[in-house]
Design a protein. Structure first.
Length: 286
């Protein structure tokens, strides 16, 4: 009897867990739809900005605009890492953290100093526990990041790059391919790398001039790159959480099935034993 009671208690516990994971799966599914819509809305604008910057860029402008400088030697690099504030999303956070660790090791092996800028409680907690100095810590960016969030994140780093205090800026975030595919990616934000297209100044008559357009659009380009990364990261987090919670719900169902069979066998054995005792007692009375 004690064994069947223990199994019944475990069945109740697993049922409660499955109810929680199922609810979290439904919530993540709802949030994922809205987050995916934001990703699809942000990408065309980001692509258009990239094309404009590639078309207007020329090497001569790097002497005029500090944001376009390309150092001969990289001595110090800033790493901007985007993670989630919450867990229960499979390997989402651990994959991003691993990507940051690998990049730090690679840069340090080349003799390049690194500094960390992290958005997300999970990333902050990991590197703080390991004693890494974190230059910037942000845990206030939620599921619906805005342009102001992006500017507050990258603005100070961009200014330090223009002043020559850092020579490269890397952005680590998850790329949203689909709800089932959210691989971590590393992007070099600064210096700006163009695609080698012919300058628009040689093709079009621009008013105002191309360099004046660049002066206004370059900070916007960097800010929008981080904004797009924040939006994709938020969608990737919900996709990863939905997948993790669906897997947990399915596993809980398998465990329940096994426990139910175990409980039924225990009850059947108990009933059989009781019948045998009754029959034995009856036979003894005869």
């Amino acid at each position: 009897m004690a064994g069947s009671r223990e199994v019944k208690r475990r069945i109740k516990s697993v049922e409660n867990t499955r109810q929680i994971t199922r609810t979290m799966e439904l919530v993540a599914t709802s949030k994922l739809k809205r987050a995916t819509d934001r990703v699809h809305a942000a990408r065309p604008y980001a692509d258009a900005l990239r094309e404009i910057v590639s078309g207007l860029y020329s090497p001569e402008l790097s002497h005029k605009y500090p944001i376009l400088r390309r150092p001969d030697k990289v001595e110090r690099a800033a790493i901007l890492l985007l993670t989630a504030n919450r867990g229960l999303c499979g390997g989402f956070n651990s994959n991003l953290i691993k990507q940051a660790r690998n990049l730090m090791q690679e840069l340090r092996a080349q003799g390049i100093e690194t500094e960390l800028h992290i958005a997300g409680k999970k990333g902050v907690a990991y590197f703080r526990f390991r004693g890494e100095e974190i230059q910037t810590k942000r845990t206030d960016i939620g599921d619906h990041p805005g342009l102001d969030d992006a500017e507050s994140l990258v603005g100070p780093i961009r200014d330090r790059f223009e002043r020559g205090e850092v020579d490269a800026v890397y952005l680590i975030s998850s790329r949203f391919v689909s709800a089932m595919s959210t691989p971590p990616s590393t992007r070099e934000l600064l210096p700006i790398r163009t695609e080698g297209k012919t300058s628009s100044a040689d093709v079009y008559i621009l008013s105002p001039s191309g360099d004046m357009i660049l002066e206004r659009i370059l900070p916007l380009y960097i800010r929008n790159a981080v904004f797009t990364a924040l939006v994709e990261n938020a969608a990737a987090e919900q996709g990863a959480r939905r997948s993790a919670m669906k897997s947990a719900t399915d596993n809980a169902g398998d465990v329940l099935e096994h426990l139910t069979r175990t409980y039924n066998r225990a009850r059947q054995a108990q009933i059989t034993q009781e019948i045998a005792e009754i029959v034995g007692g009856s036979a003894a009375l005869e």
